[in-house]
Structures are given as C-alpha cells and as structure tokens.
Design a protein around this ligand. Sequence first.
Ligand SMILES: Nc1nc2c(c(=O)[nH]1)N[C@H]1C(S)=C(S)[C@@H](COP(=O)(O)OP(=O)(O)OC[C@H]3O[C@@H](n4cnc5c(=O)[nH]c(N)nc54)[C@H](O)[C@@H]3O)O[C@H]1N2
Ligand SMILES: Nc1nc2c(c(=O)[nH]1)N[C@H]1C(S)=C(S)[C@@H](COP(=O)(O)OP(=O)(O)OC[C@H]3O[C@@H](n4cnc5c(=O)[nH]c(N)nc54)[C@H](O)[C@@H]3O)O[C@H]1N2
Ligand code: SF4
Ligand SMILES: [Mo]
Length: 867
Amino acid sequence: MKPVRTTCPYCGVGCGVKATPGVGRAVTIEGDAAHPANEGRLCSKGTHLGETVGLEGRLLHPAIGGKRASWDKALDLVARTFARTIKEHGPDSVAFYVSGQLLTEDYYVANKLMKGFIGSGNIDTNSRLCMSSAVAGHIRAFGEDVVPATYADLDEADLIVLVGSNTAWCHPIVYQRIQAARRQRGTKLVVVDPRRTETCEDADLHLAIRPGTDVALMNGLLAHCRDQGLIDEAFLGQSVSVPDGFWDGLADRDLWSTAGTCDVAPADLRRFFDLFAANPRTITLFSQGINQSIRGTDQVNAIVNVHLATGRIGKPGAAPFSITGQPNAMGGREVGGLASTLAAHMDFAPGNVDLVRQFWSAPAMAAKPGLKAVDLFRELGRGKIKALWIMATNPAVSMPDAGAVRDALSACPFVVVSDCMVRTDTLAYAHVALPASAWGEKDGTVTNSERRISRQRPVFANPGEARPDWWIISEVARRMGWKSPFAYDRPADIYREHARLSTYRNNGRRLFDIGHHGAISNPDYDALEPFCWGGTPFADGRFPTGDGRARLVSVRQMELADPLVQWPFTLNTGRYRDQWHTMTRTGLSARLSAHRREPLVEIHPDDAADLGIADSGFARLITAQGESVFRVQLSDGQRHGEAFVPIHWTDQQSTGGRTGRLPRPLVDPFSGQPGFKSTPLRIEPLVTEWTGFLVSAVEPSSIAADYATSSRVSGGWLVELAGSGDTAKLAESVLPQGERMEVNDAARGQTRIAVLADGRLKAALYLSRSGGLPSRDWLIGQLDAAEETSPLALLAGRPAKPAPDRGPIVCVCFDVGMKTIISAIASESLTTLEEVGVSLKAGTNCGSCRPAITRLLKPSEEISNAV
Ligand SMILES: Nc1nc2c(c(=O)[nH]1)N[C@H]1C(S)=C(S)[C@@H](COP(=O)(O)OP(=O)(O)OC[C@H]3O[C@@H](n4cnc5c(=O)[nH]c(N)nc54)[C@H](O)[C@@H]3O)O[C@H]1N2
Ligand SMILES: Nc1nc2c(c(=O)[nH]1)N[C@H]1C(S)=C(S)[C@@H](COP(=O)(O)OP(=O)(O)OC[C@H]3O[C@@H](n4cnc5c(=O)[nH]c(N)nc54)[C@H](O)[C@@H]3O)O[C@H]1N2
Ligand code: SF4
Ligand SMILES: [Mo]
C-alpha cells in the first residue's frame, strides 16, 4: 500500500511521519524526509507509533452510565442535558474542558459552540496547564501571542540557552537539531535547570539554579548587559516602550547578588554572561520550568525583556522561543480555545466580540472570559458548573490536586468524556462516554512550535463506532438547534471557515492571518504541504500593539520562603523520555515501557541518607493535598531538598506514582497556570517486608500488594511488587489457572511460583524478603520463547547458561541495557558514541538514547569547563 504522509501525535516538535498501512491495523512508520520540522528523523516515541495503534483498549462504542448505547441516544442525551442546564441555570453553568491534542478543526468547532452559541467563555483547555504563561507573557510584551522563532533559527544561532526545558527527552528532534548546529557551527549551549538532566550532557554550561529564581537570573543578565553597553538603544528608541523606573528595578542585581539568589557559583554565572555578551545570535528556548510556576508570566517576560533590550529578536538566529508541548497546542491558541481568549488571536475587547459575532452570525456571543482550568474544577466542586464535557484530556490525573478534581467530578450531575481509550482514570467519572477517532484515523491540521501547520491524515478507517471529535461536537450543536452553523461535511469545511475568520476585518492588525486558505479546495486541502504562518515576526521592528511598539515589563524576583519544618522538601514534577503523559497510548508499547518501568522519586544521596532511605527502596511522598508511594532512585543530579517525580502513572497501571494528587493548585495571577514544579513536600521511608515481581501472559485484574506497578513486555506484563505480611493472598490474586510449581526457601526468604500450560510459561511470581531476585529479562523472554522452558530453570529463575544482566534498557530500538553498554565501554575501550554504535548498535536508530550513552561514556567527568 502507499505511504500516507501525516504528523506525529505526540510532542510539539510536530515531526512528519510516513505511515504505510499493512494488514489489519499493522503500519510501518518512517520519518518524512520532506517534512521541514524533522527531515526524516523520529525520536523513540514516533519510531514506535506502530505498537500503539492496535485496537487493544480502544473505546469503540458510545456508552451511557457504563452501558453501550447508540450514537443517536448518546448525542441526544448530551444535547438535551446541556440545553436544559443552560435554560435552567444560564450559559455559565456548563463548561468544556478540551485539549492541545485535538486537531485545529475539532478545536474550532468546540470554541465556536461554547463562545458563539451557548454564550459562555467556559471553554478551557489542558494548555492552561502547559503554556498559558507563555501566551500571557507574549501578549504583555508583543500585544499578540506570537512565537517569534522557527527551528531554522536554531541552525543559525551561536548561543542556545535552554531554560526549564529537558529538551533531550521532551523535544528530542529539536534537541538533535541543536546538536547538529553545535557540530556544524560550533553553537554554544547553556542549560538552566535545577536538575542535571540528560539535556545537560552535551552542554557547555549547566546552571543548576535554585528553583524559582529565573527572574533573578534574567534580571541579573539584563543588568550585566546594561553595564557592558549591550543594550540596543536604537531598537529600544524605535520599537520598544520602556516603563518608568524599569532600569531602577534592576539596580540591585549585580553578579554576586544574582549568584547568591540563584545559588550558583559566581564564576559559572560569569561564564553565562560572557557567552551571552559574545554571541548576539542567541535563542533562549524555554518550556515548563518557566511556564509551570506561580510566577510563570513574569518569568516569561524576564526572558523576553532581555531579548527586546538587546535587540535579539526579529533577526535570524535571535529570539525568545517558547516551545510547545502538545502536538496542537499552537492550533488551540490560533482558534482561541483558552477561556481567556476569544478566537483567531483576539481577546474579549468589545470590538472583537462584535467582529466574531458578526462572522459567526452568533446568537449568543460570550462577552467575557470564562473560567480557567483550576477555577473551573473548583467551581465544579462547588456545584456551580452542572454539566461538563471533557475532550482528549485526563484531568483526574493531570490537574493539580487531582484528588479534589476527582471529588468534583463525582459530584457533578452530568459529565461527558470523549476519548479514544476505554481505560482512563477520567472515564470512570463519565455519565456519557463518546468514542473518538484516534491518531491514524483522524483527519485535519495541527500547528507545531514554530507556527508550522501540517496535515494529519488518516491511515486506517474508523474502528467500531469511533467518530472524529469535530463530528461529535457538530452533531451535538445541531441537536441543540444550530443546524446550519454546524453543517460541516468534512474537516476542510471547518478549516476554510477558520482561515476566513483569521482574515476577517483583520487589516494587518493581527499576525495570525491564513486568509489565503479561505477558499482552499478539498483536493488542495488534502494535499496541503506543511507551511509556517507569520514569516519572520517583528523583522520590521513593528509589533501588533496599538502603537506598534513592544513593551518591556518590570518584573521582580519573587520572595522565596525557607522550607517549613513540616514540609522540608520541594516537589518538582516532569516527564520521562519514552512515555506520553497519562500513558494511555505509549503505555501499550513494550519497547517504550522498557526505558522506565516504574515511577521513581529522584532524591539526592545525602537527603536519602538523612531519611534512612536506600536506593531502590520505597518512599511515601506527602503534601498538603495527598500522598503516594514511589520507588527511590538516588541521584547526585538532584539539588539538596528537592525531589523529582514523573507525571505519567495512573490507577490503570500502578498503586503508586500518583503524582497528580500531590501538587498544590496555586496558579500564576496573570495566566492561571498552576505551579506544578514546586510544592512543599515531606518524604517518609516506607519499609516493606518483601519485594518481588510477576511476569505474566495475562494482565492480573486485581493485585493484593501494598505496591504494584505493571508494564508491558513482549508477550505479556511485568508487575513490580512490594508489601508486608502473608504472600499467599497475593499469589492467589495474580496467578492464573494451570500447572503450578512452587519453591519456598525459608532460609533465604524466597518464594518462587511458576504456572505452566502445555509446557509453556503462563506466569511466574518471585518474592524475596532479603532483596535478591532473579533476572527479569530472561523470565520475560520465556513468555514468548520459541522453545519450552525447563521447569527447573524457571524455578531457579535463570537459564542453564546464564546471560549477563543487561541493566535498565537505554536503547529501546535495539534493546541494549545500561550494564551492557558500560561493560562494552570498559572491555573494548570505547570512547565515542560512534564506537558504541558500531559495537552494540545502541543509539544508531532514533537517537533518543544518545544523551544517555554520552553520560555513560564519561561517568565521573563534570560538564566541560572549557568554554
Ligand atoms: N517524552 C515526553 N515528551 C513530551 C511530553 C511527555 O509527556 N513525554 N509531553 C509534552 C508536553 S505537553 C510538554 S508541556 C513538554 C514539556 O517539556 P519540558 O518542559 O522539557 O518538560 P518537564 O519535564 O515538564 O520540565 C522541564 C524541566 O523544568 C525544570 N524546572 C523545574 N523547576 C524549574 C525552575 O524553577 N527553573 C528552571 N529553569 N527549570 C525548572 C525541571 O527540572 C525539568 O527538567 O514535553 C512534551 N514532550
Ligand atoms: N504534576 C504535573 N502535572 C502536569 C504537568 C506537569 O509537568 N506536572 N504537565 C501538564 C501539562 S503541560 C499537560 S499538557 C497535561 C497533559 O495531561 P492530559 O492531557 O490529561 O494527558 P494525556 O494523557 O495526554 O490525555 C489525553 C487523553 O486524550 C485521549 N486522546 C488521545 N487522542 C485523542 C483524540 O484525538 N480525541 C479524543 N477525544 N481523545 C484523545 C487519550 O487517550 C488521553 O486519555 O498534564 C499537565 N499536568
Ligand atoms: S520529537 Fe518525537 S514525539 Fe515529538 S513529534 Fe517528533 S517523533 Fe513525535
Ligand atoms: Mo504540556
């Protein structure tokens, strides 16, 4: 079959994918060499897309109250209940909570229905949690939410500063592009992150600043630029408004005080300042370390200030670059899908409301912003929102204080959830479940971090009764009585309307204008090549403000309180390389699951010693909001007093690692974005009597253990276990029927049980009170081994001829473990990535693991000081 050119469903890099369908739901995935965002490259998540598009776990039919229902019944019920609620309690008693994972066409229709026809601003999105501070910061500085950089600028920069961004894991193809620029052009790289992440491996300088001190850092840099005569006075005079007292606000920021506030060595700070002074072509790329803060908007403006004041904007290789997380975060911004924006990059100014009203012929235009995500769920809990429709997001996991969000969802009289998967924590609260088309079926457009609009094209037909989100929303709108405004036959109809709105009475006031597509034909839409809107923004020194000038914004470093006795730690949260958010899709892939099998809390070895916690032991993390258990990983890349946990694990895979329960729901005053990166925390050791694991060809439905985390392996599941007391109940709960063999070694405190059917391994449980456990790798291999396994070997947990322990998997493409790499480096005297690649193939496919291999090549060496 012919390859379909489409776009990756995961991160905001927006890589082009060539997907060639095979038999059934099989698909071969390659990078699209003709797509400018990736030129053929894909990271580990994109590469292994094929493992996540099967029908396992798909929501395939509408359901009402958990029972299968027809589309007609389900849509009628949604339309009727929303209409009745609006009639009885007004338009602000209902809300949509949507997602940067919707396509632009889906998003446009949802926004139009809520803001133009229901007549409320109550549509907010998970982008509120993601980059709303960048939006607010851009609007304050530029007058419009315009990202002033493209990836090509990374090729042309001499200095790239990554602030609060684990690019190597979260935007791997951008990271590879940065590395290429370093090789080809000698571009310098500075990373500002309290943690030493894999992104730091290849950097010239890593500033492990005290969390929350980015404003001090940027203000210190700006003060230094002024002292060094680096301010672009001509540009300021022509193009930028400087508020009164702006420079006085920086008077106290010398190198020493800045180094003190940020808790970095003055010499390191000096190196950063010197690099900045020496390289006018600077890109400052930032993401959640900046945005997810209760001062996120100020932090964004502190960065933008430096670029405006030094004239490093609107030129090749020079700009602040807010990189987006989700595949269509930017498309959501373009349609105005945030509660605080209206449509097509317009806010709720009365003139804009009129303009959009006229364009939509809207019967009930919302005249003011709606509730932002955190407030929305708070009002849900208070009973003010009486009907909520959630689309393409999993707030029961991903909202701060997710326990309270769950309470609010339980209390809400009517919750509708559109998702493509059956097993999500949020779907458990749905009165009506609507099956959405997934990646590979969906048809429409997305916009990536560099304003590039690309097509997602269908590879498969919709399975079961799954339908596209735009169709579902339009059907509900039509059943609410708005037939012709929502009479869309295909995504192209919606795209044309969206393009026409972007240009309607625009007259050059807003940069977002794709009016040239207002009459695009269906075949041209189908064949649409990726394109960036907006050209090189601000190249002419004019900004989309009333007076054409950008604005410096006076921002002050927030006061940082010392930790309280009750909460001596600070909780930082973020992402793993090979999982996507709440794991509904990446969790299906055995390869992607191999990188990190459990949610780990990373803490500094000294803190662990003080707490009496050992590496690989367990800890209970407690905040004012809730608590959860994590496996401990000691890391000297953590600052003292800081703990880092991943956001991915949910009720579906684990009793622990439930990060969403922990963060406090405090938000930035301008953007409403929650401060996910910093929550007061207490850590307590959790001692269990035994630990162990289960390998099983079938997924156990309930597990009687204090701690259990299951992950996919080839041929089944691996479940990590820990607990106290009798293990017989556990064995009963997890082991299937079959021929059972058991060894109890009381002296060594070990229990081993294997279950076979027809000589093949169905499940094996290994528990130990002393810690010693057999190799998981070999046992996993027995689940789908070509030959029968000797029962004795199974009970021993090892083959007749033992293979060396590979350690955790680093390269998921070629299944190469950390221990294998370390021993090859030692025994073959390997010194470069290329040599490791030749010897083991590791790192030679997608390249996502190259930073990890780089670290293994120089385990003790500090990042080079030779700048
Ligand atoms: N593998 C993978 N990739 C993804 C995603 C995924 O789930 N998995 N999700 C996508 C999405 S939606 C998003 S939003 C992006 C997020 O991409 P990133 O922003 O790169 O990811 P995070 O891990 O959330 O946080 C980045 C870093 O901010 C640091 N940080 C914490 N506090 C501070 C601080 O005070 N100052 C500074 N300077 N840094 C701080 C953290 O230590 C962390 O390393 O990733 C996208 N890409
Ligand atoms: N503590 C902490 N919490 C965080 C963050 C953090 O750094 N720390 N980061 C925040 C950020 S930046 C983000 S972006 C959020 C992400 O959090 P969520 O948006 O809640 O996470 P996802 O797992 O991506 O949820 C997407 C859901 O949509 C479904 N889905 C996928 N495609 C489609 C589709 O086409 N249509 C429909 N209807 N459904 C679909 C998936 O199965 C899944 O259930 O998490 C936020 N929460
Ligand atoms: S970097 Fe990886 S996850 Fe992001 S779009 Fe590209 S292939 Fe997909
Ligand atoms: Mo995000």
